[in-house]
Design a protein around this ligand. Structure first.
Ligand SMILES: [Zn+2]
Ligand SMILES: [Zn+2]
Length: 199
């Protein structure tokens, strides 16, 4: 019984982690600031996080940081409930997904409490050094923010690159990384412009 409950929890946790990575991958790969509605709401904060990863540590409250995810996950659960898929698995998976941003924030804090530090160091939640790999240009790996295990599998099988390839050959939609303000070439350009201005 206890083992079954632990197994169930981990299946939900890894599913939630995959969901967190999937949405993060979509934002990083296809989202641009000038898109209507989601541009300022989702893409701009996402780009800002790559430019200034510490911003999420310095600003906001527990509620302001997480309310968007709570709302989206509650909405998703509502839809699943309406189509007969509201069950303990979807409930716990979405509940854990809704706290992805908070776990992500812990990985940008230089100091956390002993319990969170233990969970990070033991790999029960994502290890700090793994998330720091995501912050290497061009921000195209280790998208999942809840645990380290799902990322390890997905990176090993080149899941995200293969998914991008499949989307490109079926729909013609290509990754938009190079068109973003956090792309290597645009950061280089911005730095050169700032140097020129400083002369
Ligand atoms: Zn990212
Ligand atoms: Zn981050």
């Amino acid at each position: 019984m206890v083992l079954k409950a632990i197994g169930f929890f981990f299946i939900c946790l890894w599913s939630a982690d995959f969901l967190s990575g999937f949405f993060h991958w979509m934002e990083d790969t296809y989202c641009l600031e000038n898109y209507p509605l989601i541009g300022s709401f989702i893409c701009e904060p996402n780009i800002e996080h790559h430019v200034d990863p510490q911003l999420m540590v310095r600003t906001g409250t527990f509620i302001s940081r997480n309310i968007l995810q709570w709302g989206l996950c509650a909405g998703m659960f509502g839809i699943l409930w309406c189509i007969g898929l509201g069950n303990p698995f979807t409930f716990l998976t979405l509940l854990l997904t809704s706290f992805g941003n908070e776990v992500h924030r812990w990985n940008h804090m230089s100091k956390t409490g002993p319990f969170v530090t233990f969970m990070k160091d033991s790999g029960l939640i994502q290890m700090q050094r793994q998330h720091s790999m995501h912050h290497k240009q061009p921000h195209n790996q280790y998208y999942c923010v809840l645990t380290s295990q799902v990322n390890s599998v997905l990176e090993r099988i080149k899941f995200w690159r293969r998914l991008e390839w499949a989307i490109e050959i079926t729909t013609g939609i290509t990754p938009k990384r190079e068109n973003r303000r956090d792309s290597p070439s645009q950061i280089k350009q911005a730095r050169a412009a700032a140097m020129e201005k400083a002369k």
